[in-house]
Design a binder for this molecule. Sequence first.
Ligand code: GTP
Length: 246
Amino acid sequence: MYYVFFTGTAGSGKTTMVKEFQGYLLDQDMDVAVINMDPAVEGLPYYPDLDVREYVDATEVMRRYGLGPNSSLIASIDLLLTKASEIKGDLDSVEANYVLVDTPGQVELFAYRETGRYFSSLLVGGNKSVNVFLMDSSLAKEARSYVSLLLLSSSVRFKLGMPQVNVLSKVDLLSRDELDALMRWGEGEEIVDHLGVIDEYSFELVKALLENMEVPPVPVSSNSGEGFDELYAEIQRVVAGGEDFA
Ligand code: GTP
C-alpha cells in the first residue's frame, strides 16, 4: 500500500490532480482509494473513501465557536486530533494499492501544524509514502516566485520528513517558451540571471538550493493529462526504491 499526499499553496490544483490522477491509475486497472483531509472544502469532484468532514466540519466550527475563517480552519485541524481513534478505526477499512490524500488548501495547515504530521503518520503506518508538492505554473513562471516555491517545498519536505516529488502544476497555462524556460530553471540553469538584484545572503541561499535539487519539478497538467506518466514513474521510483516514511 502506497500513500501519495498532494500538498501545495492554495489553489495550486491539488484536488483536481487527485481526481485526475485517480482516473489515470484506475484506467490502468490499479486499485486506488482517496482520502480528503480538508475540513473546509465545499464540493469535491471525487467520492472520498475517507472524508475528515465527517468528523469535523469547518463551517460548523466557525458557526458554533464564532470564529473567523482562518481560526476555524486551525481549530478544525486541531480538533481532528480528538477524533484520532475514531478515524484510525475507519481507516482500517480503506484498502488499496494506492491511497491518494488531498490536503487542506493552505499548505501550512497540513505541513506546519502538528496534526498534519500526526495524521500522516497515523494514515501511513508502516507503509511507504511520498508527498507530491504542487508548484503552480502561473506563479512559478516568474523567477523569484519559482525560487520562493522551491524554498517552500524544501521547508515542507523538512517539516514532514517524507520523500517528496515536486510538480509544476497547470502547465497547459504556459506557452512553449515559458515551459522551456521553467525546464531549464529546473536543471538549475539561467534562473539566477532572472532574479534581478539580490543580496549576498539570498544569492548563497539560491545557489545552495539549486545545487541540492534532487530531481527537476515534473511538468503536469491535470486538464490535459500531460505529465501523468512521468509523475507516476517518479512516484514509483520514490516508493519502490526510496526511503521509508520517517
Ligand atoms: P484549494 O484546496 O481550494 O486551495 O485548491 P486546490 O489546490 O485543491 O486546487 P483546485 O484543484 O481546487 O484548483 C484550483 C483551480 O485551478 C480550479 O479553478 C481548477 O479548475 C484549476 N486547475 C486545476 N488544475 C488545473 C490544470 O491542470 N490546468 C488548468 N488550466 N487549471 C487547473
